[in-house]
Design a protein around this ligand. Structure first.
Ligand code: ZN
Length: 209
């Protein structure tokens, strides 16, 4: 592989949580192979536990590519889905805007308003602590979560959307928003890896029964 830096950065802490999640499942030895394939610098195996924006997007994409090479589509899907969940529960949930919005889960406000506030907090946190610019809009029956610059599929090409960890991060976020009571339909409808401008996930407002 010939790594070309993006000069866009993910926070060390979020990348660390993601990578440690994968390592917990596949073990230390296999993880070294992932790092080798993805050409991750020695100091970043894993990156330090701090909020600095230093982990180049290109390594996030390359790590996911390596997981696909080593474990196939299903393996990559399972590993990155878990890593996305862990990124919310062990990472994003500790960032200021999310903890600040946490008491909204206790207030007697409607689920749709909690979704609006909670999703906004998630997008603002992603934008503040990484170069992953993210926005949320109302699309009527669903919210439109747009990742304008996506680390997950950076430098990758695919036939269908592949940002599984972004979907599972939102899935975990929505569990927090709904106090663990509801699950929501999520669908990645556009992905940079298949040639779209941005990665877009639709979040249906009506919970799955
Ligand atoms: Zn993407």
């Amino acid at each position: 592989m010939n790594i070309k830096k993006s000069n866009l950065f993910y926070s060390n802490k979020m990348a660390r949580i993601y990578l440690m999640s994968v390592e917990r499942t596949i073990g230390e030895q296999a993880m070294q192979k992932v790092y080798d394939l993805a050409e991750v610098p020695a100091d970043d195996r894993p990156p330090p536990n701090n909020y600095a924006r230093q982990f180049d997007f290109v390594y996030m994409g390359a790590i996911n590519t390596a997981l696909g090479q080593m474990y196939g589509y299903r393996g990559e899907h399972a590993l990155t889905t878990k890593a996305g969940h862990d990124s919310f529960t062990h990472g994003l949930a500790e960032y200021g805007p999310i903890t600040g919005a946490s008491d909204l889960a206790l207030k007697a406000i409607s689920l749709k308003i909690r979704m609006r506030i909670g999703l906004k907090a998630i997008t603002e946190t992603m934008t503040k602590f990484s170069d992953q610019t993210t926005t949320i809009e109302d699309g009527g029956d669903y919210f439109i979560y747009t990742i304008h610059r996506c680390p997950v599929c950076w430098g990758r090409q695919a036939e269908k959307p592949i940002c599984y960890s972004s979907i599972s991060l939102l899935d975990a976020g929505l569990r927090w928003i709904s106090r663990g009571k509801h699950k929501f339909k999520l669908e990645e409808v556009a992905c940079h890896a298949v040639g779209d401008k941005s990665c877009i996930i639709h979040i249906w407002k009506e919970p799955i029964a």
